[in-house]
Design a protein around this ligand. Structure first.
Ligand code: ATP
Ligand code: MG
Length: 578
């Protein structure tokens, strides 16, 4: 390709709409352009990268036994009514009507469509296991589309669905996908970490998210300094602290605490550490109201709390609800004598000897609360947010914190969808059973942004060789100079001939402009043709990521560059096989 012909509108200025490096660079390098919030076009360079990611994904899915299909984006509402997700999915679903007033949605995901397809086509255990996947646009009306293609409303996903006859089969499919994901992301040059996660609305009982580690990531994860444990904070567990309080068993006493509502206020007033406080927060989920108790130095994990009460989401209750159930305004709730709602206590609370909490009356707190003696929770279950510094369950390490971009997720779904949609198979005896399912997604477009987020410097993108839109850029310092032009054209021809993906910067631009664009776009190799070296029959080779730079004879450069590129692609692939 010739740069003079290429639709690659690079920008010098940082676009005002972009907050994070990958979004800025993908706009500046002319890879993407925005059409509407969360809706993007891919220009030729961007699309080439995307296609390379899709090719890697496809290879690994096929190698793991997946069969590629293409399912409809336009999905009939009836199917979603059958699983109950037409209403459950909420505002994120793009809903529409056809001319006959029939409901449809633009697929945010494809469990319904796939399961409905399979229920008609699979009859017998002989057809199992079955793994079908597609690479296609998904539509989600995200509340906050942002960071360019990182969180789009239209985005590209690879989604695979596995169908097995029993849990053992599902387990096999699950780990097959898990390992395929590890290979996909390392082939893409991404540093990812699989973490345990909460299955949330989709259902099922086991799931891992693949997190590309990056400061710009929206997800918080923790991992152990000693063992392999890693989890999304929404799911993370840690050791329950024992008795650490300075307090000893005391009588329960009412104390007047005018205007004191926060843990900090109480620490100061009572001269006792936050770990002696019993934080009592009132949450609601629909009509259900619960009091969540955690230690004053801990935070409630709303995801765990929601699980504990068997719902999908909880939110902090409003002032009226708090008054109704506790009889006092916000800031004075406590577990002793609390009758108006269910009480869920974190195990760490139960280890407090003499705690302090609200007295369920204005300006009143209680001290000397002994949880085992003074109140009975409806349930004692882990509802706390694990945080960096907490001891890992392994007993040897400490949890460390990091941020991640969720580039993929694997789920064991079980029979939630097959049961709802009546997708069954007959076993050897002719007996019908629901298919056991798993689902496995990769954000293909998000992966591209995540790679840029991890692989860039102040000058631009540093594409891993496996994803670079072109491997080599030839930059003649002055294209109008006859000798340089002839050498550049020759080299371009020769590299094309041996199949190297090469771009020739044949523009009549200053060398600085061409170098800046080459760095910004991020070609792994730049071959500069300048007058001085050329006089000796040499050109300069520069590797973008390492900065390595050297002269080489023109008659050797094709083989040299071709060899090094082939070798580095092979090295990555080889490393992934082990
Ligand atoms: P998130 O929590 O980031 O909203 P999700 O858990 O809802 O994502 P999944 O349903 O697990 O997403 O979808 C599979 C993959 O699709 C995700 O791991 C992610 O890489 C990608 N993905 C999800 N939503 C978006 C989006 N709005 N834009 C781009 N990629 C997305
Ligand atoms: Mg997910």
């Amino acid at each position: 390709m010739r740069m003079s012909r290429l639709l690659a509108p690079t920008l010098r200025e940082v676009p005002a709409e972009a907050e994070i490096a990958s979004h800025k660079l993908m706009l500046r390098a002319g890879f993407i352009r925005k059409s509407a919030a969360g809706v993007y076009s891919y220009l030729p360079l961007g699309y080439r990268v995307l296609q390379k990611i899709m090719a890697i994904v496809r290879e690994e899915m096929d190698a793991a036994g997946g069969q590629e299909v293409l399912l409809p984006i336009l999905q009939p509402a009836e199917l979603w009514h059958e699983t109950g997700r037409w209403d459950d999915y909420g505002e994120e679903m793009f809903k529409l009507k056809d001319r006959n007033d029939r409901g449809f949605c633009l697929g945010p995901t494809h469990e319904e469509i796939t399961t409905a397809l399979i229920r008609h086509e699979v009859r017998s255990y002989r057809q199992l296991p079955l793994l079908v996947y597609q690479i296609q646009n998904k539509y989600r009306d995200e509340i906050r589309p942002r960071f360019g293609v990182m969180r789009g409303r239209e985005f590209i996903m690879k989604d695979l669905y596995s169908f097995d006859r029993d849990d053992g089969g599902l387990d096999e499919s699950y780990w097959k996908m898990y390992h395929a994901y590890e290979r996909i992301f390392s082939r893409c040059g991404l540093n990812t970490r699989p973490v345990e996660a909460d299955p949330g609305a989709i259902g099922g009982n086991m799931t891992h998210e693949f997190m590309a580690l990056a400061e710009a990531g929206e997800a918080e994860i923790v991992y152990c300094s000693h063992c392999d444990y890693a989890a999304n904070v929404e799911k993370a567990e840690c050791m329950t602290p024992g008795v650490e309080s300075t307090g000893q068993l005391e009588p329960l006493t009412k104390v007047s605490t005018p205007g004191m509502r926060t843990v900090e206020d109480l620490e100061e007033f009572f001269g006792r550490p936050a770990s002696d406080m019993i934080k009592t927060l009132i949450y609601r989920s629909g009509d259900v109201v619960v009091a969540a108790l955690v230690r004053g130095d801990h935070a409630v994990n709303p995801t765990k709390l929601a699980r504990a009460i068997g719902s999908l989401e909880v939110e902090l209750a409003d002032e009226n609800t708090i008054e109704e159930v506790t009889g006092a305004p916000r800031g004075f709730a406590g577990p002793v004598g609390l009758k108006g709602c269910r009480i869920i206590a974190d195990p760490a609370v139960m280890n407090i000897e003499a705690g302090i909490s609200g007295g369920n009356a204005v300006d009143v707190h209680l001290k000397g609360i002994n949880p085992k003696r003074d109140f009975t929770p409806d349930e004692i279950v882990d509802i706390r947010m694990a945080k960096p510094g907490d001891p890992c369950l392994c007993g040897k390490g400490t949890l460390q914190g990091a941020r991640g971009i969720e580039v993929g997720q694997v789920f064991k779904l079980g029979t939630k969808y097959s049961q709802a949609l009546g997708a069954t198979f007959a076993d050897e005896e002719g007996e019908e059973h629901p298919l056991i399912m798993g689902c496995y997604g990769i954000g293909v477009s998000r992966t591209m942004a995540a790679v840029v987020e991890q692989c860039h410097d102040q000058d631009g993108i540093c594409w891993p060789i496996s994803l670079a839109p072109y491997h080599v850029a030839i930059v003649p310092v002055n294209y109008r100079d006859d000798e340089q032009r002839a050498a550049a054209e020759r080299l371009y021809h020769d590299l094309c001939e041996v199949g190297v993906e090469v771009l020739l910067d044949d523009r009549d631009e200053r060398p600085g402009v061409k170098f800046k664009d080459a760095d910004l776009i991020g070609f792994p190799v730049r071959i500069t043709i300048g007058p001085r070296a050329l006089a000796n029959g040499q050109v300069e080779v520069r590797w973008r990521t390492s900065g390595e730079e050297y002269l080489i004879f023109l008659n050797e450069v094709v083989t040299h560059v071709q060899d090094r590129i082939t070798r580095s692609i092979e090295d990555v692939e080889l490393a992934c096989r082990h």
